[in-house]
Design a protein. Structure first.
Length: 364
C-alpha cells in the first residue's frame, strides 16, 4: 500500500466519523444537548430550568423535574396509582405492546406516563398531575386515566385545587376504545371536581395534541401555557391540506392560541409557581346549576333509563350473522365483514371483562 492510498483511507475514516449520527443512547448519556446556537451543556440548561438562555425555548422536562421547580426539590408526596392489566387487547405490530410498555418503564422509571403528587405552594396545598413525553409520547391509556382519576379523587377528599400539567400526542392506539373512553372518564371526573367548588388549573406544555387537547387539557377554569408550546388537535399539514390555504405564522403555538382565546395566560417556567399561588389564593369557584352525579364509568345500559329499549340485542345480531355466514348467504371475502371480525368482537368483550382492578370501561 503506497502513501497516497494510506492518506485516502485515513481521510475516508475521518469523514465517516464526522458524518456518523449519534444514537439516542449516545445523546442521552452525553453531557451535551443542542439548541438554537448549537451544542449547550445540559448542566447549564438545567441551571436555567431547562430553558435556553438565548432563544427562550422551553425544553421538555420530566414530571419530577417539573414538580421540583413547582414545589421545591423533593418537597412533595408522590402517589402510587392503580395500574390496570397490561395489553388487554393483545396488540402487536412490529413490536408487542407489552414490550413497548416494558421499555417505557425502564426508560422513565415510571409505571405509567402520568405522575400524581401533592405539594404546597405558599401554604396552599395543591394536588397535581404531569405527563412524561418519554413514556410512549405521553399518550393516554387506561393506566393514565386511572392516575388522573386518582388525582381528582385526592383533590376532592382533601379540598385542594387541582393542577394538570398536560403533554402528549393524544390517545394510545394500542388500547383502542379503552384509550378513547379516557376522554369521557376524565371529563366526568373534572365535572365532579367542579361540583365540589374546587378550581381546576391546566398548564399546557409542548406538545399537547389530539384527544388530550380535546378533553381534559381544555376544560380548566384557567388555561396557562408555556411559551412556544405546540397546542393542537389535528396536525398543521392535515389542516392545511383540508382548507387548501396557507396557515398563519406560528399557527398552533401557544402565542397564537392565546390570541384565539383558548389560552388565558402564557407564563415562563420560572414564574409558574408564583402565578399558581396568585390564582388559587384569590379565586372563588361557584358551580351553578344542579350537580352532575354521572358515574365515571361508561355503561350502555344507561340509555334504558330514558325509556329506550332495544327490541333485539347484540347477541341476537351476531347469532343471525353467524347463521347467514354458515349458510353462505353472506359473501366471506376481504371486501366484506367476515366471521373472523365477529369472533374478534366477542373476544374483545371477554378481554374487557378481565381487566383486573381496572374499574370498568364498558358493559356490553
Amino acid at each position: 500500500m503506497n502513501w497516497i492510498t494510506k492518506i485516502i483511507k485515513a481521510g475516508e475514516k475521518i469523514k465517516s466519523a464526522i458524518h456518523k449520527r449519534a444514537s439516542k443512547e449516545d445523546i442521552a448519556n452525553s453531557d451535551w444537548t443542542s439548541c438554537c446556537k448549537g451544542p449547550i451543556l445540559k448542566k447549564d440548561l438545567e441551571e436555567n430550568l431547562w430553558v435556553c438562555p438565548d432563544c427562550n425555548k422551553h425544553h421538555r422536562i420530566k414530571p419530577k423535574q417539573r414538580f421540583d421547580i413547582l414545589f421545591g426539590k423533593d418537597n412533595y408526596e408522590i402517589f402510587k396509582t392503580p395500574i390496570p392489566k397490561d395489553d388487554p387487547l393483545n396488540w402487536t405490530d412490529s413490536k408487542s405492546y407489552k414490550d413497548r410498555l416494558k421499555s417505557a418503564r425502564k426508560k422513565t422509571g415510571m409505571d405509567c406516563g402520568m405522575m400524581v403528587v401533592s405539594g404546597v405552594i405558599n401554604d396552599i396545598k395543591i394536588t397535581a398531575v404531569a405527563s412524561d413525553f418519554d413514556f410512549l409520547g405521553a399518550s393516554m391509556a387506561a393506566a393514565e386515566g386511572e392516575a388522573f382519576l386518582y388525582g381528582i379523587q385526592h383533590a376532592i377528599e382533601n379540598k385542594t385545587p387541582f393542577l394538570c400539567v398536560s403533554a402528549g400526542g393524544g390517545m394510545r392506539m394500542m388500547e383502542s376504545l379503552i384509550s378513547l373512553s379516557q376522554m369521557t372518564r376524565t371529563t366526568l371526573a373534572i365535572n365532579e371536581l367542579k361540583n365540589n367548588n374546587l378550581p381546576y388549573l391546566v398548564c399546557i406544555t409542548d406538545p399537547t395534541a389530539g384527544g388530550i387537547t380535546a378533553s381534559y387539557a381544555m376544560l380548566g377554569d384557567i388555561h396557562i401555557a408555556e411559551p412556544g408550546a405546540l397546542i393542537a388537535f389535528a396536525g398543521a399539514r392535515v389542516i392545511q391540506g383540508t382548507v387548501k390555504e396557507e396557515l398563519p405564522e406560528g399557527f398552533q403555538k401557544s402565542e397564537y392560541v392565546e390570541k384565539t382565546g383558548f389560552v388565558d395566560l402564557i407564563v415562563e417556567r420560572k414564574d409558574l409557581a408564583e402565578k399558581v399561588k396568585d390564582i388559587v389564593g384569590n379565586v372563588d369557584i361557584e358551580w351553578y346549576g344542579e350537580a352532575d352525579h354521572r358515574s365515571y364509568r361508561v355503561n350502555f345500559g344507561k340509555i334504558e333509563s330514558i325509556g329506550f329499549k332495544a327490541v333485539k340485542n347484540a347477541e341476537f345480531g351476531i347469532t343471525e350473522i353467524l347463521q347467514k355466514l354458515n349458510a353462505k348467504e353472506l359473501d366471506k371475502t376481504p371486501d366484506t365483514i367476515t366471521l373472523d371480525w365477529y369472533k374478534l368482537i366477542i373476544e374483545w368483550n371477554e378481554r374487557l371483562g378481565a381487566l383486573g382492578n381496572f374499574k370498568g370501561i364498558l358493559k356490553l
